[in-house]
Design a protein around this ligand. Structure first.
Ligand code: ADP
Ligand code: MG
Length: 702
């Protein structure tokens, strides 16, 4: 465990620099909060002109404190922060909680950099600046200006928004979701989300890590750290609208959005993404109390048909579609319900179900091997007491002694049901006020199990690569003061990375074209080669199915004429003569270099699927072949590759392998390539492979 971060977040002794005698000032509030939260370490207010603050001895400087202190909160104005940071360094403090604002968030990035530089000189870490502070129930530590410690529990939350952190602090009591720690991460000048997830992974009091993220600074580091974490991580990412960080010179560029790439990155890091604030709480509750759901079988118990139907609908959406329980299970359940009940799934115990039936069916179902996850639903009735039902369910679950299988509950009713659910949560069973939420929570536990499995995936980086050729081409293009590569240049790089392209040769004259045509053999495709013409077919620069010499001669001139008409001063390198690939399913593979995550790879179906429907999926590169297969299955039109309307299934194995190689290429050349695509990539029947017929690479400006 990182000792310095532990000193910062669980300090033994804390100084409050900028402590104030005046109620209402932040420097006063922090001292008050530390006292009121019952913090047992030393509290040392620092203020040059006060002797006593809230009954505590105040010091002129942190250097006057006689005891050792691990951390300091800083609330002095920004212009004094560097001076006090140096003093803290001299004092041997481990970490600073810089509450003061007026740094990068108002444009003063220099001051912020200097702050970090000075802190690091002394081996200190910085939380912030511009934070609310940090709170920890297990340390009775409220080193913040949030009003009180959150409801005690086993999740910990890190928030990039200070205001939201304070709001969540209050919500914990109304939603009855407990947290051990709340950490405001502010400008993330030093301590970032990557640091926090790895530290919280080691923190004995944290079972689930919840994050509110607006934007990551170092996306790759976050993925790497998160992938190593053995606890569930759930994130709410704000700002799902598209960002303009990538200029769109390629197809892929125009399709890449921050939301898509963040979503992919979270999935690859094994992080569960919440849809909104309410969902963040729902997921946190389930993940902090229950183990992952490892199999596929969810069983639902209910006393009302209506909530059963609602739960069935949401089971589909939550990725845990219901199956009927085996006959033997149904037969046993039948013993605990009236003859008009149903033992299928959902199991309808009917409105006659009382404490005993709930207890007995819960106990039987939860301990049955077929059941991988149990959802217990209850509609408040006149005949039953919600608290007693809750206790019966809890008793049944406890009696089984099972801890590696999840259970979630929903009570639908009024105040009595609310109280019963609160009791359940306090006793370790997640309960929700709507049936679909209990099912969704089970879906989250299932997703968590799946993500955990994916983490074990190994990426094969041992590809046979002709790096020399690739770099020679790039150097030549750079020497030409270009960033856009022509199709033939791009294809040479693709080939250097072992990607299957159609044979493509460049002709500088009509005679050369004819000679190459004989060599490659008919039918052929002729295309314009010019760095000034990006979309070749738009300007009549592509002619397919050329069958003979006369065709080559005629097309050669026609294409040149079209190109000159489109752009008289276009720099024309020649005409490519290429093998005409047989018809196949058109797909697109591409890449963009994202400002947060670096190289990413995209897959989609070609034609209208990409143009109109934007049916594509992204991953942060590199990826394993298994991940590549998941990409193929992850688009809406996935079934087209499985063969529709009598067509044979496509060679998904070859396609996945090419996709993984492509991802390796854009990672390996991440310093050079800004965007790229292979459009189209033709996919043939199983066993017949794929062919890339068009290629485009755009280099980074440098
Ligand atoms: P651009 O995208 O610049 O307009 P392409 O090289 O992709 O040009 O060509 C346009 C279309 O022509 C492709 O989408 C594909 O349908 C077809 N095509 C191009 N090259 C070949 C080839 N070698 N074999 C078969 N079809 C091809
Ligand atoms: Mg194309």
């Amino acid at each position: 465990m990182d000792e310095v971060l532990t000193g910062l977040l669980r300090p033994k002794g804390i100084a409050i620099i900028g402590a104030s005698t005046k109620p209402g000032k932040i420097g006063h509030t922090v001292v008050k909060n530390l006292v009121e939260s019952g913090y047992e370490g030393g509290i040392y207010p620092v203020n040059p002109s006060a002797d006593v603050i809230l009954g505590l001895k105040a010091y002129k400087s942190v250097l006057d404190i006689p005891d050792h202190v691990d951390a300091a909160t800083i609330t002095v104005p920004a212009k004094y922060v560097l001076d006090v940071t140096k003093e803290c360094g001299e004092k041997g403090i481990k970490g600073l909680i810089v509450i003061t604002s007026g740094f990068a968030e108002v444009g003063d990035t220099e001051l912020e950099k200097e702050l970090v530089r000075v802190a690091h000189e002394y081996g200190m870490r910085i939380l912030g600046p511009n934070v609310v502070g940090t709170l920890s129930n297990s340390d009775k530590l409220n080193a913040s200006f949030a009003p009180f410690l959150p409801l005690n529990g086993s999740a910990s939350l890190v928030s990039q928004s200070g205001a939201l952190l304070i709001a969540i602090d209050a919500i914990t009591y109304t939603r009855h979701i407990g947290f051990d720690k709340l950490v405001s991460i502010g400008n993330m000048s030093d301590v970032n989300f990557g640091d926090m997830v790895s530290w919280l992974n080691e923190d004995e009091n944290t079972k689930c890590i919840s994050l509110y993220i607006e934007g990551l600074k170092d996306g790759r580091r976050f993925i790497e750290e998160s992938a190593k974490v053995s606890k569930p991580i759930v994130v709410l990412k704000a700002g799902v609208s598209e960002h303009g960080a990538v200029a769109a010179a390629s197809h892929t560029g125009s399709l890449a959005g921050a939301h898509k790439i963040y979503g992919a990155a979270f999935q690859q890091a094994g992080v569960i993404e919440a849809t909104d604030l309410s969902d963040l709480f729902d997921c946190t509750l389930a993940l902090s109390l229950e183990p992952p759901m490892k199999g596929e079988n969810v069983l639902i118990l209910t006393n009302g048909g209506g909530v059963g139907v609602l739960a069935t609908d949401s089971a589909e959406q939550a990725g845990v579609p219901l199956k009927f329980a085996p006959e033997s299970v149904q037969a046993e359940l039948k013993k605990h319900m009236p003859s008009f009940g149903s033992a299928k799934n959902p199991v309808d115990l009917t409105g006659m179900a009382g404490n005993d039936w709930y207890h007995d069916t819960t106990k039987f179902s939860f301990s049955n091997d077929w059941v991988d996850g149990l959802v217990v639903l209850y509609c408040e009735t006149a005949m039953t007491d919600p608290m007693e039902i809750a206790q019966s369910i809890h008793k049944a679950v406890t009696e089984t002694g099972i801890t590696d299988k999840p259970v979630t509950v929903s009570f639908v009713g009024g105040e009595r049901s609310d109280k019963a659910m609160q009791w359940l949560v306090e006793n370790g069973i997640p309960a929700y006020n709507a049936p679909d939420l209990a099912v969704k929570a089970m879906g989250t536990l299932h997703e968590y199990a799946k993500l955990e499995m994916m983490k074990a995936d190994v990426i094969d980086n041992n590809h046979d690569v002709d790096e020399k050729t690739a770099h020679e081409i790039i150097a030549k293009v750079r020497a030409d003061k270009r960033t856009g590569l022509t199709e033939i240049e791009s294809k040479k790089i693709f080939s250097a990375y072992g990607l299957p392209t159609v044979r493509t040769e460049i002709a500088k004259s009509e005679e050369e074209a004819v000679k190459l045509a004989e060599e490659i053999s008919y039918p052929l495709v002729l295309k314009i080669v010019s760095p000034d013409i990006l979309h070749k077919s738009d300007v009549g620069g592509v002619k397919v199915n050329i069958k003979d010499e006369a065709g080559v001669r005629e097309t050669y001139h026609a294409i040149l004429k079209n190109a000159r008409e489109y752009k008289p001063d276009a720099d024309i390198h020649g005409i490519v003569i290429q093998e005409m690939a047989p018809w196949g399913t058109e797909t697109i593979i591409g890449s963009v270099n994202d400002s947060t995550f670096g190289a990413t790879v995209m897959f989609g179906l070609g034609g209208i699927f990409v143009e109109v429907l934007k049916d594509v999926t992204f991953r942060v590169a590199p990826i394993s072949e298994k991940e590549a297969s998941l990409m193929l299955d992850g688009i809406r039109g996935a079934r087209i590759l499985d063969g529709t309307r009598g067509e044979a299934p496509r060679d998904k194995k070859a396609l996945a392998s090419v996709l993984a190689k492509y991802a390796f290429m854009v990672t390996d050349l991440a310093d050079e390539i800004s965007e790229s695509d292979a459009n189209p990539v033709l996919v043939y029947e199983e066993g017949k492979g794929v062919k890339i017929v068009d290629a485009r690479i755009i280099l980074k400006e440098n």
